[in-house]
Design a protein around this ligand. Structure first.
Ligand code: FA5
Length: 355
C-alpha cells in the first residue's frame, strides 16, 4: 500500500471513530491519537524526508488536508456534544412548576368564620354598617344602659363571668363611673356605645363573641357568637323587622326557611319578640337539635325601648328603631347538619376538616 493510500485509510478510520465517539473526552483522545505530537498523521508529516523529493509535496499536501478535515470534524462533533451535554444538564435542572409535590396543609376557615362572612355580606348588601365592640364590658353598658338595673330578675338570664378590677387595666372602659367589669353576655352593649357617638338615621350589625355561665348542652355553650342588629330613624317600625328578616333568611339559607315571631320580653325593647326558624336538619319533624319541636330559637328582637335612647343621650320619643340579637353558632349547625354546638370549640380536627 502506497503512503498516499495509507493516509487515506487513516482518514477513513479517523472519521469513523469520530462519528462513533459519544463524549467530549473520547473526542479529545482521538485528537491526540491522530493529530497529537505522536499522532498517526503527525508522525507521517515528521518523517517526510524519508520519501523521494518528488513525492514529498503530494504526501505533505494530502496529510495537511486530512489534518484540517479531521480537526474540523473533531471541533464540530465536540461542539455538538457540548450542546448535547448542556441540554441534558438543563433538562435535569429544569423546574416543573406544575409538578405535584407533597402538599403542605394550609388549613382553612372555621365554619363559624365562614358563616359570619356570609352574614356580613348579606347585611352589607342591605346597607348595614359592621361595627366591633369590646368583649370585656362594663356593668353599665351590658346591663344598666339597657334597662336592666342591678337586682332586676332579667340579670339571671345573662349570668356571666365577672372580673376582678385590678386584673384589667383599660382606660377606655371607664371602670369607676361605669361599674364592675364582666365578660359581655351579648353584643347589645354596642347599642348605647354606638348611639353615644352617632346620630340617626343608621343601621348597624355588631358580630362578636359573648360569654355566659351555662350548663352546656347540644344547643348551649358558655362561649358563643352573637350578632346584634340596630336600625334607628324617625319612622322605623316593626314591619321593617319582618322584611329585613325575610330577606336575610331567604338569602342565607338559599331555601324556604320559615320564620315564627312570638311575643317575648327583653328589658331593652318594647314590644319584644322571639324569633324561631324552622329546623333545617329534621325539616320540622323534630330532632335532638330542635328538642323535637321542629323550631330553633334563633333571635330576640323588638322596638328599642325609649329608656335606652335616653341612656344614649337621645331626646325621648324623637326616634324609633328596632334591635335584634342572633345566636350565630346555630346557623352553621343548620347549614351543615351539626347537632352539637360544643364541637365548634372542641379543637377536634376530625370535625374541623369536614368544612
Ligand atoms: C339576647 O342576648 C339579646 N341581647 C338579644 C336581643 C337583642 C333581643 C336586641 C332584643 C333586641 P338571648 O339571650 O335570647 O338574647 O340570646 C340571643 C340568641 O343567642 C338566642 O336566641 C340563641 O339563639 C342564642 N343563644 C343564647 N344562649 C346561648 C348559648 N348558651 N349558646 C349558644 N347560643 C345561645
Amino acid at each position: 500500500m502506497s503512503i498516499l493510500e495509507e493516509i487515506e485509510k487513516i482518514k477513513l478510520f479517523a472519521l469513523e471513530e469520530i462519528s462513533k465517539a459519544q463524549e467530549i473526552s473520547g473526542l479529545e483522545n482521538l485528537r491526540v491519537k491522530y493529530l497529537g505530537r505522536n499522532g498517526n498523521l503527525t508522525h507521517i508529516l515528521r518523517s517526510l524526508e524519508k520519501y523521494p523529493l518528488s513525492d514529498r509535496k503530494n504526501i505533505g499536501k494530502l496529510a495537511n488536508e486530512i489534518r484540517l478535515i479531521l480537526e474540523k470534524e473533531i471541533d464540530e462533533k465536540k461542539k455538538y456534544s457540548e450542546d448535547l451535554e448542556y441540554k441534558k444538564l438543563l433538562e435535569n435542572e429544569k423546574l416543573d412548576v406544575t409538578a405535584s409535590i407533597n402538599k403542605i396543609s394550609a388549613g382553612h376557615l372555621h365554619p363559624i368564620t365562614k358563616t359570619l362572612e356570609k352574614v356580613e355580606q348579606i347585611f352589607s348588601s342591605m346597607g348595614f354598617e359592621i361595627v366591633d365592640g369590646p368583649e370585656v364590658e362594663t356593668e353599665f353598658y351590658n346591663f344598666d344602659a339597657l334597662n336592666v338595673p342591678a337586682h332586676h330578675p332579667a340579670r339571671d338570664m345573662w349570668d356571666t363571668f365577672w372580673l376582678r378590677q385590678n386584673e384589667v387595666k383599660s382606660e377606655k372602659l371607664k371602670v369607676k363611673s361605669d361599674g364592675r367589669l364582666l365578660m359581655r353576655t351579648h353584643t347589645s352593649p354596642m347599642q348605647v356605645r354606638y348611639m353615644q357617638k352617632n346620630k340617626p338615621p343608621f343601621r348597624i350589625i355588631v358580630p362578636g363573641k359573648v360569654f355566659r355561665r351555662e350548663a352546656t348542652d347540644a344547643r348551649h355553650e358558655s362561649t358563643f357568637y352573637h350578632l346584634e342588629g340596630l336600625m334607628v330613624g324617625e319612622d322605623v317600625n316593626i314591619a321593617n323587622i319582618k322584611s329585613v328578616f325575610e330577606i336575610f333568611f331567604s338569602n342565607f339559607f338559599e331555601a324556604d326557611a320559615k320564620i315564627r315571631l312570638r311575643p317575648s320580653y327583653f328589658p331593652f325593647v318594647e314590644p319584644g319578640l322571639e324569633g324561631d326558624v324552622s329546623c333545617l336538619i329534621c325539616r320540622g319533624k323534630g330532632c335532638r337539635l330542635c328538642k323535637n319541636t321542629g323550631w330553633l330559637e334563633i333571635f330576640g328582637a323588638g322596638m328599642v325601648n325609649q329608656k335606652v335612647f335616653i341612656a344614649a343621650g337621645y331626646p325621648k320619643n324623637k326616634y324609633q328603631g328596632f334591635a335584634f340579637g342572633f345566636g350565630l353558632d346555630r346557623f352553621p349547625m343548620m347549614l351543615y347538619g351539626i347537632d352539637d354546638i360544643r364541637l365548634f370549640h372542641s379543637g377536634d380536627l376530625r370535625f374541623l376538616k369536614q368544612f
